[in-house]
Structure formats: structure tokens, C-alpha cells
Design a protein around this ligand. Structure first.
Ligand code: 6PG
Length: 264
């Protein structure tokens, strides 16, 4: 089942019926495909290889690959490795963002600035195709609507980091945006985090993405993912449940805790 068939309203097998070892399982019946970095293997190298393979498959079959990037330190690790490893086929890729803080594009908190520093800056300027969210725009709603007009209807690859509160992109627990049914990009404000004002994709983009990779490392995120599998349809409490049918790229620490959490 591709993620495009996935969606907040779709019912699927509940995780309650999903048991057993979570190491490297193929998703079935609306559950994640779990890939775990082998022992002794750097998670960033492992994650890069999976994402790069997906890019190559898309480019060979569709000629182009639209990738939606995420922010955060985990993504930064991935981008920094990716830049040094297999150079992306820059001319066949278009880069977008799943969310952005409302800061200038050269600000230390900007996801665009981080992506340029860690990955996109390696491309020769003439080859790079990147669409930036204008977080600095005073008309933040206008910036959201403008970005929505640029975002492909079905992004080929969507990358998502995971917050310890279960947020993905800038979709935070219990935020009304989780019930958004019309717009694909909206301004969000969440007081519980640094950079409270942001732009974010909505669940509609997650449901439409052709493939989704969730980037999660460490025991604490393994615990969040174990929780996510306990009640997979309650997106409001844990927005990461919107990515229940994604490919989860985990390190061993996250996988061990996820496994322990699943065995009850
Ligand atoms: C952001 C990100 C956010 C991030 C998670 C995980 O703009 O903050 O898009 O969704 O991916 O918070 O961040 P870490 O990898 O730093 O834990």
C-alpha cells in the first residue's frame, strides 16, 4: 500500500493486533515498514542509503523526484552524511519543505538555512531546484497560500522527523490544524516550543505523499513510537500516527525500546 492510499480517515488494522519483533518489518495492513540500522552501522549512512535508493527509483521511473525535507537535528545528521556520500542527482530533484519557522532564511533557526548548509549547498547553483517557505513574510497566511501553490499534489518523498511529544513537521498534539480538510499549508502557532510561529504542511500532504520516511533515533523516540502503535488512529494526541504507514528509519536504541514497548 503506498502512503498515498494512507490517510487520517482511512481505517486500517490496529496496531494492537501487531505484535512481535519490530526489527526490520515490512508494513502490512496499515502499519509501518520498520527498518533498523544494523549493529555498528552509522544511522545516517543507513538512512541515506534507503532514501537515496527511493530517489533513484523515482527518477528512473518518473524522470524527476520531488522531495519534501524536514528540520531538526536528526535530519541534519542525515543531510550532512548524504552530502558527503552519494551526491543526489540534483538536476532531477526538486526540494521542498514540510515546515519552516517564521524567521529570516539566514537565521540559525531556519530549516531552509540548515538544509542549505548541510545538503543543498553542495549542488552547483544552476542545478539546484528548491522552493523555500517564506517564513519571514509578515503576511504569513499569504506565504502559506503561496507555498501551497508550489507544493506538488503528490510529493514523491516526504521526510519527517519526530518530536518527543509526537509531533511531525509542525503538527503538534491537539492542534486544530490536525483536522484541516482543505488547505495543504497553513500558519501554525504553538507556545510549547522554541520558534512558536511556523508554517507547516497539513495531514492532507502526508496522506498524499507517495512515500514517507520517518527519521527517529534514540530510546526516547522509540518510546513515542511504541505509544503511537498502541492507538494508531488517535492522531490528535500523537500526530506521528499520521505516518503510521510510513517507512520508519530507526537506530537500534529506538528499535529496542519500541520492541519492549510493543511486548507490553
Ligand atoms: C522542526 C522540524 C521538526 C523536527 C522534530 C525532530 O522544524 O522543528 O520539522 O518536526 O523534525 O522536532 O527534531 P529533532 O530531530 O531535533 O529531534
Amino acid at each position: 500500500m503506498t502512503a498515498k492510499e494512507a490517510g487520517p480517515e482511512l481505517s486500517g488494522a490496529t496496531a494492537a493486533s501487531f505484535s512481535g519483533d519490530f526489527a526490520n518489518r515490512k508494513g502490512a495492513g496499515g502499519l509501518p515498514t520498520i527498518r533498523v540500522a544494523p549493529e555498528g552501522c552509522d544511522w545516517a549512512a543507513f538512512a541515506t542509503s534507503h532514501i537515496f535508493a527511493a530517489v533513484e527509483t523515482t527518477v528512473s521511473s518518473r524522470g524527476m523526484c520531488d522531495v519534501v525535507l524536514t528540520g531538526g537535528a536528526t535530519a541534519e545528521r542525515l543531510y550532512s552524511h548524504w552530502k558527503t556520500a552519494d551526491q543526489p542527482p540534483w538536476g532531477s530533484m526538486r526540494f521542498y519543505f514540510g515546515d519552516e519557522r517564521c524567521v529570516p532564511p539566514d537565521h540559525g533557526g531556519s530549516n531552509y538555512a540548515m538544509a542549505m548548509r548541510c545538503l543543498l549547498g553542495a549542488a552547483s547553483p544552476g542545478k539546484l531546484m528548491v522552493a523555500r517557505m517564506e517564513g519571514e513574510n509578515a503576511d504569513i497566511d499569504g506565504a502559506a497560500r503561496l507555498y501551497e501553490s508550489k507544493l506538488p499534489a503528490y510529493p514523491d518523498i516526504l521526510l519527517l522527523g519526530l518530536g518527543l511529544d509526537g509531533h511531525i513537521a509542525s503538527l503538534f498534539p491537539h492542534d486544530p490544524v490536525l483536522a484541516e480538510k482543505r488547505r495543504r499549508v497553513v500558519p501554525v502557532r504553538f507556545d510549547g516550543v522554541k520558534f512558536q510561529q511556523r508554517l507547516s504542511i497539513t495531514p492532507l500532504v502526508i496522506a498524499a505523499a507517495r512515500s514517507i520516511f520517518l527519521l527517529a533515533t534514540g530510546a526516547e523516540k522509540g518510546r513515542v513510537l511504541a505509544q503511537a502503535l498502541q492507538a494508531p488512529m488517535d492522531f490528535s494526541a500523537l500526530p506521528v500516527r499520521l505516518a503510521i504507514r510510513a517507512t520508519w528509519l530507526l537506530d537500534r536504541e529506538a528499535s529496542i525500546v519500541l520492541n519492549e514497548g510493543s511486548s507490553g
